[in-house]
Design a protein. Structure first.
Lengths: 481, 284, 554
């Protein structure tokens, strides 16, 4: 029963039911409960199926958004999920962690007036993917015959998994090297359970392993093997580097090495990968702060702040140098953080962290900032206000102000070009200056989003296939893309 | 995977030989591995004391000093470790120094062995100094003798060698005017500090292998950061060996005690789940 | 004592100890007289509450007219005896004796001149397996050897250290034993034999290899040891330790309360650290003869009460039949709303025997007012239904079950209650039943270490229950939930407000409490949950005992 445009326009955007803030801030279960099938259908019916499809142009991997929504509106949820998977191997993940408001939903015609009125593309993507997985409708994808070529993927994060998935379908023998004991990269160590349940990542990795991708855990490339070893002694034909950004940045202020000062990487890795929120069942310890200060305004800062709250902090304060509008965090995360009563001290930057005799954090001194002229990124540059210091008590500081490139691989691969910040230099298709070595994700761009890393992986997989096919002098198989 | 092939105990120091051919092939003196006994374990860094590329094994000496090491100490031949990541860290700098002194205590007695061997191979005169509370607590001596020109002992109760600790032997040597070109120390942070203080007045180049708290071991988290000469360095990727005269010991001691409380809480649930499970399997 | 002797018409005699005239009654030893008179004589083996074996020889004293030195713990006091407990010569001899004892104990740290510097550097740690020095010993703060070394001013041990080299005994449930620290004082053997009549342990082997062990060196779990831990409480060294608590070190606070795991209601001191139960021990100055406690209260509480399975937040069933967390106001309103939809006789309330008196009373009153006496109690898996109408053993009328011991109901609920529509669970742990689609609300409640109140125990003793630890999440005591629901229903005359008003009610209606069956001594459950499910060490103990002896003794 097709609806008219007017009828479609009349439906209001469906919000997912959520755990109430007072309860979710003490447990690690996912915050939104997800759509019910009825809600999903109703939400899908809001889509006007406009010809221009601006949403698709907003998507880094160009998911056929109107088509999958149309399938969802017909209650063909599994088919809808499979359609997404032709472009995006991790829809359940992206539905949860993509910044939709700046991507697909930001372009949606229905959101032109008010972004909150755009079609809830992310929620729908999440719903159909969950529906497929939870009802055991995942089908094993068809893969082409083995072509005898071997590719190594370093890092099992979003870009690595994308490359592995694309290549294994094309008949390559794919081996992933993962430094940790569990696969998923940032999806596992970085994004908390309450935002992305780990069983989803496990299911995706399990699906890849079913396709024949071999994953070696506990393998730190650069130490265990060098990239050259992978070619020469291990016999790989191509290597994809998707190791992520890696090194945390600490501020150059007094008190940075006090007990209770964490990098967000450490804090989140302890809580997520090592599951210290289940301490002491899982034995990696975590210091539970009472008054926690989080430095930074990105998604990672929000994740850290909300994790701290769930671990039992009484009060969590986010200290950010710029204004709220300039926070890079996803709108939903900001909204959730505010709902959970996390305090925001905007336009402030720490100048000193105080400690006690035992070396533990006791408080922080900050300086106020105001917004000045826009810088090259277009954001107004924060300027310190003289003599505008203030102090507050805290016993834990989580530093979430971004990262640097991890030099483990680049230092041991001297013939690969890096830029002045240590990130690997690549062409638009992910080719590095070293032959048959490709790179993508945060080790190329610096800290960015899951979906952009997946986009880079997708392009690199295409480049690898193209180059290796040229090299092995076989006909380039068409129509897979 | 990572099967335990050999086990023995020498006064709370547990020898463990593990099957890990890839690591045995690529490891160098001074590097370490990060180990998880089970899925529930912490990741802990442990110095590799020996390896054999033919059998594909690595040898660890583990001082039982907490929950994670307790778990390892209770492993038997045939058990498997959940994860062994490595080799990690920068290898010891080996060159022709002249006379090299290597000092080790507790797990460091085994830990200095690869560096001693490498120094010997590089043509140095190697003097190993090892300390323990009582004479029966020494181990790995035969191997150490084989790669050292001289092995000196120090015991707290005076039952073997000099009464005292490694730094007492070092000070005695220096006072006697024996020339030392390079010193390596390995052991608990307290011992490293005392040894560094002993060599400082004589400006002996001193390398200490730091064992700060680590999480990932690849530079990603910064848990292991130490201040060396006023700069923040990561022990896992910039170390583990640093100039002992430049390390901020006070900060290191404090950082190492960060999780003292939490570790105790975990013991309770550990004793329940693991010991009992083994007993249920009829291993009692 | 003298007064007591006079009352009992026992002859009172006098003697002199260190120039001080003291009186004694016949049968007392010199040591007993000296202790009573406030004169210190060092001992390692003797304890006032145990028979003295005279094995450590440290209590030697001079007695005029007797050649040499006698052990004061075995020499009976005689009229007009003149005793000297201290002289340079006695001190010298005692130092010699202590040196010999310490030559078989890892004692380098005991006499180490730089011990203080060392302790400043090496953070004390009782986390090691094999103890080779004081900084690793879990007993260091209450070590009697250390006190003696300080008392006698021992500075060095001239004998070579002889390490016994026994393997660590860490495979038994609940306790760790390291007989390399043992000084063979035999206190543990005596307490086991004389006070408990168990004789599970004795000296075994000979010479340097002498140690304490069970017959044929079987594991304790296969002997007749009941893991009461009296031996740990009397050990002067760190040889015997309770595994679950030793790493904690000193507790933040100690709270005296009553263990209500069974009818005995033993007095117990709960150690808490970081607001959690870390262990329990007997009242310290109680002599071993008076102490009564068993492994359940002594060792099981931390794992039992700190279990991750504890219910933390109230949950209610949403319209779309999903269980979601709610705050207490919502949950209370939801439950009272639910109750008001049923006729009184369609509601059955189940009362756990492990509830405190206040909770039992509140629940009874609640049931009487709303459910018109459809209350029943659990005796293990057999349910008594005093007032529920039954036909063929099926309670057809009951449509809503209000359970305070859900786990006793996991099986057979369909058979017993044909027309059941809703279940409200008020409990401490999640049970298999809580996954049932019939469950409409789950209300988390506290265990006895997390609430104040009273409990009637055997012989009609009313013992105090004192709050020692913080409950997990938002759990609140049972009586509070009941009272809140009762007040929310508001229209039928339920009048209780706080625990004090309940106390008054109890005093007026003691028969309500008396009607609740007591928990037998050998009960293996707490609120219907097998303790063994949460304390694996206990599971081993129980399973092994049932296997070998067919019963479990505490």
């Amino acid at each position: 029963m097709a609806l008219t445009t007017k009828e479609r326009m009349a439906i209001e955007r469906h919000r997912m039911a959520e755990q109430p803030p007072d309860f979710r801030n003490r447990n690690f279960e996912e915050v939104p409960y997800g759509y019910t099938p009825e809600q999903a259908v109703a939400e899908a019916q809001r889509c006007l199926s406009c010809k221009k499809m601006p949403c698709v142009s907003g998507c880094p991997v160009e998911i056929p958004i109107p088509e999958f929504i149309a399938l969802a509106a017909e209650e063909k949820f599994a088919e809808s999920a499979r359609l997404i998977k032709t472009k995006n191997v991790l829809p359940a993940v992206c539905g949860r962690v993509c910044p939709q408001e700046t991507q697909c939903e930001g372009q949606c015609v229905r959101g032109k007036k008010d972004i909150a009125e755009a079609i809830a593309i992310g929620n729908l993507e999440r719903f159909v993917a969950d529906y497929e997985r939870e009802n055991d409708l995942m089908e094993v994808l068809k893969i082409q015959d083995k072509n005898g070529l071997k590719t190594a993927v370093i890092g099992s994060g979003p870009s690595g998994l994308t490359v592995a998935g694309d290549l294994v379908k094309l008949g390559y023998k794919v081996t992933i090297y993962e430094a940790f004991h569990r696969g998923g990269g940032v999806l596992v160590y970085g994004i908390p359970e309450f935002r992305l349940p780990k069983k989803i990542v496990e299911a995706e990795i399990g699906a890849l392993e079913d396709l024949g991708v071999k994953i070696y855990y506990n393998s730190v490339i650069g130490r265990l093997y060098k990239v050259d070893d992978l070619f020469h002694s291990m016999g790989f034909n191509a290597v994809y580097i998707g190791v992520g950004a890696g090194l945390p940045i600490f501020l150059d202020i007094p008190g940075m090495n006090l007990n209770g000062v964490f990098s967000a990487n450490e804090y989140l890795t302890r809580s997520n990968l090592m599951k210290s929120y289940l301490f002491p069942e899982y034995r990696t310890p975590m210091i539970v702060g009472r008054k926690v200060a989080v430095l930074g305004g990105g998604n990672v800062a929000m994740d850290s702040a909300r994790t701290a709250l769930r671990l039992g902090a009484e009060k969590v304060t986010i200290v950010y140098r710029r204004a709220r509008e300039q926070m890079p965090a996803r709108a939903a995360e900001l909204h959730h953080a505010e709902e959970e009563e996390i305090e925001f001290r905007l336009l402030s930057s720490p100048v000193e962290i105080f400690g006690n005799e035992g070396g533990w954090v006791t408080g922080m001194k900050c300086q106020r900032y105001e917004l000045g002229e826009p810088d090259e990124s277009g954001r107004q540059r924060p300027v310190p206000i003289e003599n505008s210091f203030f102090e507050f008590d805290c016993d834990q500081v989580i530093v979430s102000i971004g990262g640097q490139a991890n030099p483990l691989i680049t230092k041991t691969t001297p013939d690969m070009k890096v830029n002045k910040w240590g990130y690997i230099e690549v062409d638009p298709w992910g080719r590095t200056s070293k032959k048959f070595v490709y790179a993508g994700g945060d080790i190329v761009t610096g800290a960015a989003t899951v979906i952009s890393a997946m986009g880079a992986g997708r392009r690199a997989a295409k480049a690898i296939h193209e180059d290796l096919m040229k090299e092995s002098d076989e006909t380039f198989t068409q129509g897979w893309w | 995977m990572y099967e335990v092939l050999e086990r023995s105990e020498i006064f709370n120091v547990h020898k463990m030989v593990i099957k890990a051919p890839e690591i045995a092939n690529s490891i160098n003196a001074g590097q370490f591995v990060i180990i998880m006994g089970s899925e529930y374990s912490e990741r802990i860094p442990l110095t590799v004391s020996d390896w054999n590329t033919d059998t594909g094994t690595i040898t660890l000496y583990i001082l039982e000093a907490g929950i994670s090491t307790l778990e390892l100490a209770r492993m038997k031949v045939g058990d498997s470790l959940y994860a062994v990541t490595g080799p990690l860290g920068i290898p010891s700098e080996i060159k022709h120094y002249g006379t090299v002194v290597l000092g080790g205590g507790c797990y460091g007695i085994g830990g200095i062995y690869p560096t001693a061997r490498a120094c010997k191979e590089a043509g140095n005169k190697v003097i190993a100094i090892i300390e323990a509370r009582y004479s029966p607590m020494f181990y790995h001596e035969k191997e150490l003798h084989a790669v050292s020109d001289q092995v000196l002992y120090a015991t707290v109760d005076g039952s073997r060698g000099r009464k005292g600790k490694v730094e007492d032997v070092v000070t005695e040597m220096l006072e006697k005017g024996i020339k030392i070109d390079q010193a390596f120390f390995m052991g608990c942070a307290e011992m490293l500090e005392r040894c560094s203080e002993a060599t400082r007045p004589y400006a002996i180049p001193t390398k200490v292998a730091l064992n700060s708290i680590m999480l990932d071991g690849s530079g990603m988290c910064g848990a292991c950061r130490v201040s060396v000469g006023g700069e923040t360095r990561f022990a896992c990727v910039d170390g583990p060996e640093f100039d002992g005269h430049k390390v901020d010991w006070k900060e290191l001691h404090k950082r190492k005690r960060a999780y003292a409380e939490q570790e105790i809480v975990v013991y309770q649930s550990y004793s329940h789940e693991c010991l009992s499970e083994k007993k249920l399997r009829g291993e009692l | 004592m003298v007064e007591l002797a006079e009352q009992k018409n026992i002859a009172v005699e006098t003697m002199r100890i260190n120039e001080k005239t003291v009186s004694f009654s016949s049968g007392e030893t010199i040591l007993e007289v000296a202790r009573r008179s406030g004169i210190y004589i060092p001992t390692l083996c003797a304890r006032a509450d145990l028979p003295s074996p005279g094995s450590c020889r440290l209590c030697i004293v001079e007695v005029e007219g007797i050649k040499g030195y006698v052990t004061s713990c075995t020499t009976p006091a005689q009229p007009n005896m003149v005793v000297n407990t201290n002289s340079p010569e006695i001190e010298r001899l005692r130092r010699g004796i202590l040196e010999l004892i310490l030559s078989e104990h890892p004692s380098a740290c005991l006499v180490c001149p730089i011990r203080e510097t060392c302790e400043k550097f090496d953070a004390p740690s009782s986390k090691t397996g094999r103890v080779t020095g004081c900084n690793m010993c879990p007993n260091r703060d209450i070590c009697e050897l250390r006190q003696l070394v300080e008392y006698l001013g021992l500075e060095q041990i001239k004998y070579p250290f002889l390490y016994k080299g026994f393997p660590l005994e860490r495979d038994d449930p609940f306790m760790d034993r390291d007989y390399n620290l043992c000084i063979l004082c035999g206190r543990c053997i005596r307490v086991c034999q004389e006070n408990l009549g168990l004789s599970a342990i004795s000296f075994i082997r000979r010479g340097h290899g002498t140690k304490v062990g069970t017959s044929f060196e079987k594991p304790h779990v296969d002997s007749n040891c009941v893991f009461c831990m009296h031996c740990v409480d009397v050990c002067p060294t760190g040889a015997l330790t309770v595994r679950g608590s030793k790493w904690y070190g000193y507790p933040d606070s100690e709270t005296s309360t009553t263990c209500i795991l069974c009818e005995r209601g033993c007095e117990l001191v709960i150690d808490t650290k970081w607001n959690k139960v870390m262990g329990a021990h007997p009242v310290r100055d109680m002599s071993v003869g008076e102490r009564e406690y068993c492994v359940k209260g002594r060792c099981c509480l931390p794992a039992l009460f700190n279990s991750p399975d504890r219910l933390k937040y109230p949950a209610i069933r949403r319209e779309d039949s999903k269980m979601i967390y709610a705050d207490w106001d919502h949950a209370i309103n939801y439950v009272s709303d639910l109750l008001s939809h049923y006729k009184p006789r369609e509601i059955a309330v189940l009362c756990s025997r492990h509830l405190t008196d206040e909770s039992i009373y509140a629940l009874n009153e609640f049931a009487r007012v709303y459910a018109e006496s459809n209350i029943f109690y659990i005796v293990d898996r057999d349910v008594i239904f005093p007032h529920v109408e039954k036909s063929d053993g099926i309670c057809k009328d009951v449509k809503l079950l209000y359970l305070t011991e859900a786990n006793s109901f996991t099986n057979g609920i369909q058979e017993k209650f044909g027309g059941l529509e809703n279940i409200v669970i008020q409990d401490i742990y999640a049970s298999p039943l809580s996954k049932s689609p019939k469950v409409s609300a789950i209300l988390p409640t506290t265990v006895f270490t997390e609430m104040n109140g009273t409990k009637t125990c055997a012989d009609n003793r009313r013992e105090p229950v004192t709050k020692a630890a913080e409950p997990p999440g938002n759990a609140v005591p049972d009586w509070e939930i009941t009272v809140n629901i009762g007040n929310a229903l508001n229209n039928r005359g339920f009048k209780m407000k706080d625990s004090r008003s309940i106390q008054n009610h109890i005093q007026m209606h003691p028969w309500i409490i008396a009607a609740v069956p007591m928990v037998p001594k050998d009960s293996l459950t707490y609120r219907g949950f097998p303790i063994a499910d949460f304390v694996p060490d206990f599971r081993i103990f129980v399973e092994r005992r049932l296997q070998s002896k067919g019963e479990v003794r505490f």
